[in-house]
Design a protein around this ligand. Structure first.
Ligand SMILES: Nc1ncnc2c1ncn2[C@@H]1O[C@H](COP(=O)(O)OP(=O)(O)OP(=O)(O)O)[C@@H](O)[C@H]1O
Ligand SMILES: [Mg+2]
Length: 309
């Protein structure tokens, strides 16, 4: 697979503030990549450089194979953007905004009409299409902006906090559309604060802090990588002696709570294998076996707070 986004040593400074500090990463075609970080970390600045809104100070970014600085028009044909602040004209209707977008991308009248109708239908806005955007609620406006970003059927979609401040209904509608788009092959670069959202949606997440990337990995790996001690909860159909569990390979602690054993392990994989072997050798059935992972929130806080600014 080739890279949809390839970033090398990208840097942006505003006065004395280094908003984005020499970051490098890539996003594969077909991936949902989450870009996470606390307020002011540099997420929007990165997104704006990648989408050609502001120039980078230093470094390079290739989007769909096109250098964003040298071939911005070619790159822009291939991607759509849901920016942090609305790019819809408030005094135009939703429909007019979409038609304007269609002209901008040279879509052709018939195709623009077809795409606009489909997207408004999918996003639950078709009945309000002739209303001015200023009368739209936040959630409706955000759905419209997504429709605008998708009008030209981009193969790559940038979204800067698309569900921030939205209710469950609008959020679900947007996330489910993103999932469907991705299944159909669209690559997604998603900036978000919402760990749960990133955890459920993203194949990989990059965490940015003070303009620097502090970690990039699959959500599950990030969660487990931050905690060197792993916890496993196991229960057997019959009593087992705690000291027998403690002697198992990979197990460093065994405490009983109710009918379950809380196992701590240095190496989770080794400990699970030992527990399974133990149950077989001692003729005990495993009733439940759970790995207790730290949440992505934990990982995020650890990674963004560690080692000070
Ligand atoms: N146009 C600008 N002029 C001056 N400073 C800016 C400008 N845009 C961003 N900054 C600064 O750059 C840093 C990164 O801002 P950015 O908007 O990229 O953060 P963010 O990660 O998107 O934050 P948030 O989660 O609040 O949206 C901040 O210190 C911000 O004040
Ligand atoms: Mg931002």
């Amino acid at each position: 697979m080739s890279d949809a986004i390839d970033v090398k040593n990208l840097t942006k400074q505003f006065g004395t503030t280094v908003a984005v500090d020499n970051i490098s990463f890539s996003v594969q075609e077909g991936e949902i990549f989450g870009f996470l970080g606390p307020n002011g970390a540099g997420k929007t600045t990165t997104t704006r450089m990648l989408t050609g809104v502001i120039p980078a100070e230093a470094g390079t970014a290739t989007i769909l194979g096109y250098d964003i600085r040298r071939e911005p028009v070619m790159a822009k044909q291939g991607f759509g953007v849901v920016p942090e602040t609305s790019n819809a004209y408030a005094d135009l209707t939703a429909w007019q905004n979409l038609m304007l977008m269609g002209e901008l991308y040279g879509l052709g009248r018939a195709r623009a009409i077809k795409r606009a109708s489909d997207l408004l239908g999918m996003l639950g806005l078709i009945e309000r299409k002739d209303q001015k955007v200023q009368a739209y609620s936040k959630g409706m406006k955000q759905r419209l902006i997504l429709a605008m970003a998708l009008l030209h059927e981009p193969e790559l979609l940038f979204l800067d906090e698309p569900t921030s401040g939205l209710d469950v209904h609008s959020t679900r509608m947007i996330l489910s559309l993103l999932r469907d788009l991705n299944r159909a092959g669209t690559t997604i670069f998603l900036t978000t604060h919402n760990m749960e959202e990133a955890n459920r949606l993203c194949h990989r997440v990059g965490i940015i802090r003070n303009g620097k990337i502090v970690a990039i990995d699959a959500p599950e790996k990030l969660k487990t990588a931050i905690d060197r001690v792993h916890r496993i909860e196991v229960s057997f159909d019959r009593d087992v002696p705690g000291d027998a569990l403690l002697r198992l390979d990979g197990v460093t602690g065994a405490n009983r709570t109710g009918d379950k054993w809380q196992i701590t392990a240095e190496n989770r994989d080794t400990a699970i294998r030992s527990l399974v072997a133990f149950s077989q050798q001692n003729n005990r059935k495993i009733i439940t076996l759970n790995t207790i992972a730290p949440s992505l929130d934990d990982a995020f806080l650890r990674l963004t707070e560690e080692a000070g600014p």
